[in-house]
Design a protein around this ligand. Structure first.
Ligand code: PMT
Length: 410
């Protein structure tokens, strides 16, 4: 039996994003039942949600004679939680004061479920003491608020009040649900961190990778039930890279050659490989055995390192292989080139020239390209959220390849 989530859509320009949220929740195997206020229907039609979810939408009007009279009570039975996205000042205000003047508010008051809300409104409205007081009242009663974020609003103003990004709402809902083990049975091999190539016993050639992105992929995958092996190069000291994050087997690898050895060994028993590590393309041909004495100039002879991803992807069989592309220019073209040249199923392109995402940051913003031509943009979000999206797409490719292999039922 699938877990059920109630998605309440209220009247805001952001209502169109609820359709994307419904789809994301369904992609994770959830049943999504949608309820719409009357004003939500002025922005998006119930038909859109009925077509997406395959289920009837609960609408605001009270039942007419001959219709099921208790639908506002029965609608939420068996569901795990309610998410109101977008949540307008009007609906939040009514909910805070126990107003039940339509089927949707009646359902919200009667459901007894955990409620999450993603507010969307004009900045001044959001900051209004009445709205803030309603939000505090609801938060004190256990409603979890997701956002809002800041940005340019539909009214043309800039500021707080923008509905949080769909991926962030989706991740918050999934976290609240907990225990959705949709990756149970999948064996994930993940690389993280920056390779270091020794010059001598004290110096090395390295890069700015902290390991946060790869660790997020490993952690999120393990949380979703996958069996995870993490091949970790240099990680930021504050990360649990030197210990073993719960549920994840860690293999340390300092150099590209060490990482290649570990990846090749583990690759045979994985279903999905995600290479988020920043691998050095070159290494010092002959590292010095002793510390090189200081002199006015130093010349290093570098030789090319093996391309780990390309070498394993050659023999990938039905495994799914995903790489990251760290780009500073021509992002899409360079990423697409790597996708094809390295024989990958999926590439995750990030702009490493930006300070607010990528290397060292807790955030990332990526474009996913798949081998079969899909392009998916993930707006700036925490690395956990980005990791979740990468895993969703990698797992979808894996499941599709598995389904193709299943013999037809007789
Ligand atoms: O670790 P963080 O601080 O969180 O930063 C995250 C990140 C920016 C390092 C990460 O998001 C990222 O972009 N990782 C890939 C870095 C990289 O090496 O990109 P690339 O475009 O040079 O390589 C493309 C792919 O080939 C990568 O999956 C890389 O792991 C792989 N590769 C590269 C060179 C090589 N010799 N062997 C490889 O397997």
């Amino acid at each position: 039996m699938k877990d059920t989530v109630i998605l309440v859509v209220t009247g805001s320009v952001a209502a169109y994003k609820s359709a994307l949220l419904a789809r994301r929740l369904m992609e994770r195997g959830l049943l999504v039942k949608v309820a719409m206020t009357a004003s939500a229907e002025r922005f998006i039609t119930p038909l859109t949600f009925e077509a997406l979810t395959g289920l009837p939408v609960l609408r605001a009007g009270f039942p007419q004679s001959g219709q099921a009279p208790m639908e506002h009570i029965n609608f939420s039975r068996g569901a795990r939680l309610v998410v109101i996205a977008p949540a307008t000042a009007n609906t939040l205000g009514k909910l805070a004061h126990g107003v039940a003047d339509d089927s949707i508010l009646s359902m919200l008051l009667a459901c007894g479920l955990p409620v999450m809300a993603a507010p969307a409104m004009n900045t001044q409205m959001y900051k209004h003491p009445a709205v803030q007081s309603n939000i505090s009242t609801l938060a004190a009663r256990g409603v979890t608020f997701i956002g809002p974020s800041s940005g340019s609003l539909a009214c043309g103003e800039e500021g707080e009040g923008k509905m949080e990004d769909v991926e962030t709402i989706f991740a918050a809902v999934m976290e609240k649900l907990g225990g959705v083990k949709d990756l149970a049975g999948a064996r994930l091999l993940v690389t993280a961190g920056g390779c270091q190539e020794p010059i001598d016993p004290v110096r090395y050639i390295g890069n700015r990778s902290s390991g946060k992105m790869g660790l997020a992929v490993a952690r999120v995958a393990a949380g979703r039930g996958a069996e995870v092996t993490l091949v970790a190069a240099h990680m930021e000291p504050s990360l649990p890279g030197t210990g073993t994050p719960e549920g994840i087997r860690v293999i340390r690898a300092q150099t590209a050659v060490e990482m290649q050895e570990a990846v090749r060994q583990e690759f045979v028993r994985c279903d999905i490989l995600v290479m988020a590590a920043a691998v050095s393309d070159y290494r010092v041909e002959s590292p010095a055995a002793e510390k090189v004495k200081k002199k006015s100039a130093m010349r290093l002879d570098l030789i090319e390192n093996p391309d780990i991803l390309a070498s394993v992807a050659l023999e990938k069989g039905d495994r799914v292989v995903a790489g990251f592309a760290a780009e500073t220019e021509d992002h899409l073209a360079s990423g697409r080139k790597k996708l094809m040249a390295k024989n990958l199923d999926l590439i995750v392109i990030n702009d490493v020239s930006r300070g607010d995402i990528g290397f060292g940051s807790d955030y990332n913003e990526v474009t996913l390209l798949t081998r079969d031509g899909k392009k998916i943009e993930i707006a700036r979000a925490t690395k956990d959220v980005v990791a979740g999206a990468v895993l969703d797409h990698a797992a979808a490719i894996w499941r599709a390849s598995q389904a193709m292999e299943q013999p037809e039922a007789s």
